[in-house]
Design a protein around this ligand. Sequence first.
Ligand SMILES: Cc1cc2nc3c(=O)[nH]c(=O)nc-3n(C[C@H](O)[C@H](O)[C@H](O)COP(=O)(O)OP(=O)(O)OC[C@H]3O[C@@H](n4cnc5c(N)ncnc54)[C@H](O)[C@@H]3O)c2cc1C
Length: 594
Amino acid sequence: MAASIEQVSSKTFDYVVIGGGTAGLVVASRLSEDPDISVLVLEAGPANLQDPAILTPASFGSHFMKPQYDWAFSTVAQKNAKDREFYWPRGKGLGGSSAINFFQYHLPAKSDIDAFEELGNAGWNWDLLKKYYKKSERFIPPKVTIEAMNYRLEDHGTDGPLHVGYPVTLSGLEGPYQEALRSLGIPHVEEPFSGNTNGTWLTPVTIHPIERVRSYSANMYYEPNSPRVNLTVLASALVTKIIVRKDLSGVSIATAVEFLHEEATCQVRVGKEVVLSAGAIKSPQILELSGIGNEDVLQRAEIEGTVNVPGVGNNVQEHVYSGASYEIRDDRAAEFLTFDCLRDPDEAVKQLELYKSGQGVFGMSSICMTFVPLSSISQDYQALQRELTQSIESGIREGKFSPALQKQFSIQLEHIKLQEPSCEIVLTQTFSSKPKLPEPNKKYITLSSLINHPFSRGTIHVKSSDPKDDPEIDPHYFEEQYDIRTFVELLKFNRRLAQQEPLKSILSGKEVNPGPEYETDEQIADFLKTNCSTTFHTIGSCSMLPFEDGGVVYNTVNIRVVDLSVLPLHIGAHMQATAYAIGELGADIIKGVV
Ligand SMILES: Cc1cc2nc3c(=O)[nH]c(=O)nc-3n(C[C@H](O)[C@H](O)[C@H](O)COP(=O)(O)OP(=O)(O)OC[C@H]3O[C@@H](n4cnc5c(N)ncnc54)[C@H](O)[C@@H]3O)c2cc1C
């Protein structure tokens, strides 16, 4: 039930979940299945339930910079990316980032998940996670399929809470895109949910295929369970710290959670456990505000340290992307649906009307995905990988990389050797790139390049002891040269793709961004550094690792982190399916089922 402050303040709950986002609402709904257990969710943002701005598909980016939906974080200046401070939108309010994400839903490669176990997390492998991916998913097969839209039902969950399906409208560009890729040697993937993602496929999305609205943690996990009297949700409650005391034997125990509600400082008492699900940016900050973290970081922020866990806020990994936009020929434009018409407000209103009967561009999504190893897209891959190995070896000699990081790099290098996919291409049926702008009444495609397994590692730490201050986010973009070199190769491949039939005959030949003036590798790298953006996929800031390797869930008895911050090594996928699976698995671990 949605609660008032009087029903929460100074009361005791068995489980206090911090953050009503993607994973947080999964945990809360699963724990509250037991009517004898009381669960409280504290969410900093508003409830935003039944909000058309969230429910309507094709709302990509429309929530950005609006404080009721978006934290609108900013990184520190990135010295290897033109000193830019990157804008990082992240979801705020019930549903968290699942309320504002771009709907794509799929699983990573098996090797990505098995790496968690290789890093010292016994049992955290593909077989285990796959069960939880399926537990959260309710896949609804499409009524009409096109050739490329294939799936094996046994690889999908069919009775989980989260509705997943293919969009009701296609753009007409899906087939030509895949054919062009095939002619460049990129295979079609039979079933990407099986652990093999190497190639191209059409991804399902989290849009309810029958009700045609966004399917996300707030309407699929929370709302159906909101009548439960043992599930309490308080919105607009900014958690400021977990109150921890040491018992006689020196063990730290969370006893209460402090939060701000309408500027008043309040507390709730913890009966059993605190579940920290504030996302990869805020979870480390909340630990540090609570005195749990690296002693030096805490001292700098003048926070009294209670639990020394040096790994908090380290090992941050993030995907980056950049788009190349191409104009569709005027005489072919009528054959394809693109989102470009939504730039005209009158046309957007018409399209919304059309969508009521399941037609028009609001029924489309960006579903053309491709995951490939560098070796599939670049002839220079061996030289680049040699340089990478040398760079890591010299970093080790210079003491730049801890033994823990060396373990991660050795897995990443092994994956490269095995040609596991680490580069991603997404076709978006609209103009979606920087810095040049589209022309009115034109249609475009954008081929985005995404780097999925970066070697650079960043940090997220408190700036001060003020919980209203955003943390200091430093992703260390492109600190390892290989990351930018791979990015350049991807963009060059996308240029070749745009020149490949049958795409070539659909396009006018005009590349708007980057444009022909960016020709050499150096110029392309310059373009990417100036124009790339976050792909919104942060992980690692509360890594699940052995303590000596920088793991964070140590030295307290009843605090768990359950969100994407726990992933110790990045995965080649968009993240929401994994956030749901982590929520499901986290709940079963707490229940003692796993
Ligand atoms: C714009 C955007 C587009 C994306 N597109 C896709 C996509 O198409 N496909 C895909 O798979 N993934 C996508 N993602 C990524 C994916 O949605 C997220 O990685 C995932 O949802 C994160 O889940 P989480 O539970 O870790 O965190 P979140 O869902 O972000 O939840 C964290 C919650 O904690 C709350 N919180 C934070 N601090 C506090 C505090 N102090 N007190 C109380 N509450 C607090 C937040 O408000 C939020 O509700 C996108 C993300 C964004 C932002």
